[in-house]
Design a protein around this ligand. Structure first.
Ligand SMILES: *Cc1c(COP(=O)(O)O)cnc(C)c1O
Length: 367
């Protein structure tokens, strides 16, 4: 089988250099591997311009493991957490709270609408006991941008600790530690940083990792202990996915070479523009207005024509070498196409050409 191109929000298409970096077997106690860990920790903090007060603690497991770790290590069970929810990843945070019996208040709004800040202010005024707020930067279930600066300013004013799920935005949308006040940010290598899946990382002030001691009710996910052990030994507390970590360093080096955050945002925005332009020409409609559309993933409404069957569409594209993503909306039939990964204008064009062919071949009406 020819290797497909992934138009998905992670795992995604990685470069050949990143793939090749996984051909080495490192000993997890070896200095060489320890130096890889040290480098990724530094480089990641640099991306959000964190000063020396900040540090990064990587953890084994997919992105959700990181979100869960962040919440259960930083939020004491009886200190209410407000969760902003406009999609599946906000809901997952609520699920985490339920599971760990963390006091929480959901703040839910429609998944294709932008956040109403006035309503949020009112909600916080009515709930004076709220001490923490969980926020999903790009809600990947639709691709919507949630207003980070506004929410962080509000939290700052009200003295509320902010936790950012930046899983799908980190490396492409700006999060500047000098401008955004947050308690912790969580992300993973396998989205805009174009690494492979298997780990996640939490960024916070060293002092705050110290203060986490004893809060986690899960041993493997104890970020204080992971941090403490890493500081003392340079090693991961339990077996790290060594190949994944090596690939992450390679991916970060390419990220820097590509012009960092700016370079990445530029390429993804070009991908987004081509995708929307070409899909609109074919007759597809995207869900979100451009003002809140991230250059990360786009939700398209499935055509109402009964001749359109997602499975047929998916399998046709797969045969041609392209993997797209099903929709993740509660109420509307949709599908998603990612703009991220080691892909550019050429790949975007190749994909949309095949989509146009499919629509023509199946005689799908798009009005
Ligand atoms: C991908 C993603 C996650 C984590 O998902 P995993 O499948 O566990 O890696 C969490 N939040 C957001 C916003 C994401 O895009």
């Amino acid at each position: 089988m020819k290797e497909p191109l992934l138009f998905t929000p992670g795992p995604l298409t990685t470069s050949i250099q990143t793939k090749k970096s996984m051909l080495v077997d490192y000993g997890s106690w070896d200095n060489e591997f320890n130096s890889i860990t040290a480098k990724i920790r530094k480089k990641v903090v640099k991306i959000l311009k964190g000063n020396r007060n900040y540090t990064c603690v990587p953890l084994q497991g997919s992105g959700s493991f990181g979100v869960e770790a962040m919440i259960i290590n930083f939020v004491r069970r009886n200190e209410p957490l407000l969760i902003l929810i406009n999609g599946a990843y906000g809901e997952r945070i609520q699920q985490i709270c339920k599971h760990h019996k963390i006091k929480h208040v959901p703040f839910v709004w429609k998944e294709d609408q932008s956040l109403d800040l006035e309503k949020l202010k009112k909600k916080l005024d009515q709930n004076k006991k709220i001490k923490h707020l969980a926020f999903v930067h790009c809600e990947t279930s639709t691709g919507i941008f949630n207003p980070l600066k506004e929410v962080s300013d509000l939290c700052k004013k009200k003295n509320i600790n902010l936790y950012i799920d930046a899983m799908s935005s980190f490396g492409a949308l700006d999060i500047n530690a000098n401008k955004i006040k947050f308690k912790a940010v969580v992300a993973s290598p396998n989205k805009c940083l174009e690494g492979v899946p298997g780990i996640n990382f939490v960024i916070a002030k060293t002092l705050d990792f110290k203060r986490c001691k004893g809060i986690s009710d899960n041993l493997s996910m104890d970020l204080h202990d992971q941090w403490d052990y890493m500081e003392k030994t340079g090693r991961w507390r339990y077996t790290p996915p060594t190949h994944v970590v090596a690939a992450f360093l390679k991916a970060l080096e390419q990220f820097e070479k590509d012009g960092g955050l700016k370079g990445r945002a530029k390429r993804y925005n070009e991908n987004l523009n081509i995708l929307i332009t070409e899909m609109t020409k074919i007759g597809f409609k995207s869900l979100l207005p451009r003002s809140v559309q991230t250059p990360i993933i786009v939700t398209f409404i499935s055509p109402s024509d009964k001749k359109f069957k997602f499975n047929r569409f998916y399998n046709y594209l797969k045969k041609k070498g392209f993997i797209i993503y099903p929709g993740k909306m509660a109420k509307r039939d949709s599908f998603r196409i990612g703009c991220i990964g080691f892909i550019g204008k050429k790949e975007m064009k190749m994909l949309t050409n095949q989509i146009a062919k499919f629509v023509k071949m199946e005689k799908i009406s798009l009005n």
